[in-house]
Design a protein around this ligand. Structure first.
Ligand SMILES: [Ca+2]
Ligand SMILES: [Ca+2]
Length: 229
């Protein structure tokens, strides 16, 4: 995961802010809750569907489960810390235009070798109209050993409900090779690509083939000097 500070020149920032009203970026709070059935959350606002590339970031800020011990409800347990860090927060890129699949992953908590209290397939995609959808499917609620604190300590808990909420942040990147999303393809983008050359860093993997190489460099050079309209 890589977080890159953005230093936007004032004029370009004004241009980008002006285009925000057209959905150049979006922040979508999400909330998913299931007692075992498939669930889908849909964003209330769309993002620009015509972008050459999208940058997405999601952050889970709350994850909790209801459980039972020996058939008796024990209330709600915070399970956020049971999720692997790479599942709590992640950054990804997708080629535009929409529709695009942003993430396909599986959640398993807690991680092996513990038996999972919950497993689920999680997908995030943006439809042709620009609305984001996040789904949890194939949800299996199981039994695992959890330390619920005094007076019970380590007990065998069966999950009966799971809820997750957080935010998805989306940027519509107009120019495919504008790696730092500042509306111009210049030496800053070239520097990023060179720094990530040979890696699988999504930020610089312009053609989305899981390697930053001369193909991506060629694309960037072909767009060098391009600015947002
Ligand atoms: Ca740039
Ligand atoms: Ca590539």
């Amino acid at each position: 995961m890589r977080f890159t500070p953005l230093f936007w020149p004032a004029l370009l920032a004004i241009g980008c802010i002006a285009s925000d009203s057209q959905g150049a970026d979006a922040t979508w709070p999400f909330d998913l809750e299931t007692t075992g059935q498939d669930v889908v959350w849909t964003s209330t606002t769309p993002i620009d569907t015509t972008a050459g590339r999208y940058r997405f970031e999601y952050l889970i800020t709350m994850a909790e489960a209801d459980g039972t011990v020996g058939g008796f409800p024990i209330g709600t347990i915070d399970i956020l810390e049971m999720l692997p860090p790479e599942q709590v927060s992640d950054v990804g890129y997708a080629q535009g235009p929409a529709p695009v699949v942003v993430w396909n992953s599986s959640i398993v908590a807690p991680e092996p070798p513990d038996s999972p209290a919950v497993t689920a397939d999680v997908q995030i995609f943006v439809d042709a109209a620009g609305f984001a959808h996040m789904s949890m499917t194939n949800v299996v609620l199981g039994t695992t050993a959890i330390d619920v604190g005094p007076p019970f300590g380590l007990v065998s808990v069966t999950a009966t409900r799971i809820q997750m909420s957080g935010s998805i942040f989306a940027d519509a990147i107009e120019i495919t090779s504008d790696l730092n999303d500042d509306c111009v393809v210049d030496t800053a983008d070239l520097g990023l690509l060179i720094a990530q050359f040979g890696s699988d860093a999504e930020q610089s993997d312009i053609n989305d083939d899981d390697i930053v190489d001369t193909a991506d460099l060629g694309l960037l050079i072909s767009e060098f000097g391009s600015v947002c309209e």
